[in-house]
Unconditional design. Sequence first.
Length: 161
Amino acid sequence: MSNPNTIGGELVSSSDTSEYITVNIADQLFGISVPKVQDVFMPQQVTRVPLSMPEVAGVLNLRGRIVTVIDMRKRLGLPEREGDVTNMAVGVEYRGESYGLVIDSVGEVLRVRDADLERNPTNLDPRWQAVSIGVQRLDQKLMIILDVDKVLDLTKESKAA
């Protein structure tokens, strides 16, 4: 059994690490800080909202709460899903409101060393740079760490339009 306070065999204190839930969106790995995540669910019966921004897929009722559903593919400028694919959503809260970030799939919870967080690469799409706090290099992939507050701050873009 591995010690939860070790990473790569090194003993680390929990204050030196962060936990992220991994999600896939268009075959790209993203991480969302675990303390920001309220739940993971399958969005059903999403009601469209007239005149809303393109990223807003609609709203739904989740256990008595009204949840605004954000299509992360549209938010990140990625191609739309093909076919009738079952989506997942990560439930988060922003400014007292509930949101569901629609993703393609959810992975695992990873604990990574804070010292390994790298700045966004200069060649990263500007839309992604605007909503991420950095990247983590993993064995075979690069995980982009999303800043949930920036993802949900849609007012900047609406002012620019």
